[in-house]
Design a binder for this molecule. Structure first.
Ligand code: AMP
Length: 375
């Protein structure tokens, strides 16, 4: 397979902030980018060479994009696998339909992880709710099988409450039940797998969520080398079993006894890998472009420690936040995604703090967020 060299055109399905940062990396390298998104005003549009407006399940629109590009990739896994399959005769799709089919349905994903013998929270299909809860216990978390993210499409079942009420909040969507995990922390492994099967792994990150949305990422996560090797081994096993091409993010729970449970897979760049854009020799966005174009992968090494803090729409309650405090800090990098409608819980941007002392950077992150809160 000949690599697609700069000058080639990359089609991106989904024009959110991940597509935007991928497009910026691709264009820096001399590629052209065409994006498919339901909105002509999506975050990727202003930095793309072309925009096809259409829903992510609109086959005619996707074929229109496919006809203009040399390779197709995505910024979300919520693109129907059947649609990807229909595009494959027109342009190569990386990652392919098989990867999406495994990942985009939580039930299939969990069966896949079980088949690999990888550890995850006790789970069961929620079709028979009583049987599922008998298996996973309470508290449990119900999660819709498809299209959930940032805690959307999730409901907790506490002991002593009617589980049917929790299930009803998911509006009849097929769901899985999972045991609530009392984790010590959440960590993620972001890696890239190239066309020839080579793998490059980024330093492991430690993530803190607030109200189900990622709040901070610290990298490298303080972690003994043996534990790091175990986490990396799990992520590599998954990437190879999927025959994935591109960036893959594997989110894990670390238990107090050190056990690692796989929580979630993303076959693309991810919020918990944003630190790589600024802190690593090759960002996850450039790495994804390299992988899907069949180029050699770049160096994933961290050049500095880093902490990322997400900027959520709530900070915009009284208008755009006052950025002076962020801009005044030499170690801070401000990223705004160009979204024109701040909404509570919506990811609007992030701040990256470059500092080898990541404890200090975490404290600075909290201080900056407090300063950005409307008074
Ligand atoms: P998810 O969309 O599955 O990644 O869930 C979002 C966040 O909810 C996770 O990063 C955890 O912080 C929390 N969460 C999800 N599943 C569980 C679980 N089984 N036990 C405890 N916390 C969970």
């Amino acid at each position: 397979m000949m690599p697609l060299l700069p000058g080639a055109t990359i089609g991106v399905l989904g024009g959110g902030q991940l597509g935007r940062m991928m497009a910026l990396a691709a264009r820096r390298m001399g590629y052209r980018v065409v994006v498919l998104d339901p909105s002509a005003r999506c975050p990727t549009a202003p930095v793309a060479d072309g925009v096809v407006v259409g829903a992510l399940d609109d086959l005619a629109a996707a074929k229109h994009l496919a006809a203009q590009v040399d390779v197709i990739t995505l910024d979300t896994e919520h693109v129907p696998a059947d649609l990807l399959e229909a595009l494959e005769p027109i342009a190569p799709v990386r990652p392919g339909a098989k990867v999406l089919r495994t990942i985009q349905d939580r039930l299939v994903q969990k069966q896949f992880l079980d088949a690999l013998g990888l550890p995850q929270a006790t789970w069961a299909p929620a079709d028979d709710l009583e049987a599922a809860l008998a298996k996973v216990g309470r508290p449990a978390i119900l999660k819709v099988r498809r299209a959930g993210y940032d805690g959307k499409g999730q409901a907790r079942v506490e002991p002593g409450v009617d589980p049917a009420a929790a299930l009803a909040t998911l509006r009849g969507e097929p769901a899985v039940a999972e045991a609530l995990v009392r984790f010590a922390r959440e960590v993620s492994v972001v890696l890239a797998r190239g066309m020839g099967g080579e793998i490059r792994i980024y330093p492991i990150a430690e993530n803190v969520h607030r109200r189900h949305v990622l709040h901070t990422t610290r990298a490298p996560a303080p972690m003994p080398a043996t534990q790091r090797a175990r986490a990396e081994g799990i992520a590599v096993t998954i990437a190879e079993a999927l025959e994935h091409v591109g960036v893959l993010a594997v989110e894990m729970f670390e238990l107090p006894d050190g056990q690692l449970l796989v929580n979630e897979l993303a076959p693309r760049t991810r919020n918990s890998g944003h630190y790589t854009y600024g802190a690593c020799a090759t960002s996850q966005f450039e790495q994804h472009v390299r992988a899907v174009c069949g180029l050699p992968l770049g160096d994933p090494r961290a050049l500095t420690g880093a902490v990322m803090v997400n900027l959520i729409g709530d900070l915009w309650r009284a208008g755009p936040p006052a950025w002076a405090a962020v801009l005044a800090r030499p170690e801070a990098r401000l990223h705004l995604y160009g979204k024109d409608a701040p909404a509570p819980g919506r990811k609007m941007g992030h701040v990256l703090l470059l500092d080898d002392d990541t404890d200090r950077a975490l404290a600075t992150a909290e201080q900056l967020i407090a300063q950005l809160e409307p008074t």
